[in-house]
Design a protein around this ligand. Sequence first.
Ligand code: ADP
Ligand code: MG
Length: 323
Amino acid sequence: MVSGEFDLIETYFAGLTRPRADVLLGVGDDCALLAPPVGQALAVSIDTLVEGRHFAPGADAFGLGHKALAVNLSDLAAMGAEAAWFTLALSLPRIDDAWLSGFSRGLATLAERHGVGLVGGDTTRGPLTITIQVHGFVPPAEALRRGGARPGDLVYVTGTLGAAGLALLVRQGLYAAPEHLGELFDRLDRPEPRIEAGCALRGIASAAIDVSDGLAADLGHICRASGVGATLYLDQLPCGPGVREYIAESGDWHLPLGAGDDYELCVCVPADRQGDFEHAAARWGHGATWVGTIDARPGVRVIDPEGGAVAVGAAGFDHFADN
Ligand code: ADP
Ligand code: MG
């Protein structure tokens, strides 16, 4: 049982500082001292998970540690950035050693896999809230911005879509548990950030975004930033475990099109780079699938398997939509 804030930081978090040459000083002083590589842009992103909003009370601590870091690393991936460091602001209602131990192991396991070091943070008492800021590196001219898509570009997504949304339906008791249950919950609780894919797409993709709010909504962000539109083909969407069965039973395509939390990459590729893209994608275990095309007309259009247009009510998730 740790006693107090400093013991807590020392016991559960100080060990997550990695021996990286670019960390001159990690956890423990007033600031971390970091040495970003000369000539690269520092890519910075921050995300917060709030109990009762992003996860249910009692959610598995190891999974929360994984997910809090994974959703941040996913933003670096979508920028084409290599991951380097992160900071952690934690608000805890009480010191719970079992929770802290699981949470820090979840963080450490994913951090180790991507070689990222925890370099500082803040710990306060309050409602359970986890904020992580990540820092990565990318050559500035090769960053995968949202504004670079052009008419004629091909739209791809990595991995598969919809399984995280299906897992949420099952967890909420809204859908009877199908097979592949463990894999399904892994897709919701332990998303794998596509850092390797993001870095490989430097100099190939014209634009990229990670699919956190649903494909139609996130591709919509690329379209607005780029001043273009897009057409998606339902029968091309790569579906995660159990998702095809759900669609067959319900006739409802919202899982691969509008459900969030998959953390795959949606990537736009100029037609003359298609060969380079597919060559790169062939090396990823999760692969990538062509799902549509960028065009000049604003908005995202969706075509069903019979060739008809589908109304997209999938505006994505907006925390202040009811404001
Ligand atoms: P200060 O009062 O100077 O802001 P703190 O008491 O907040 O310092 O933190 C002491 C040290 O512990 C700092 O180096 C800070 O970055 C680190 N730290 C605090 N909380 C965490 C955490 N949850 N994870 C990692 N490092 C932390
Ligand atoms: Mg502080």
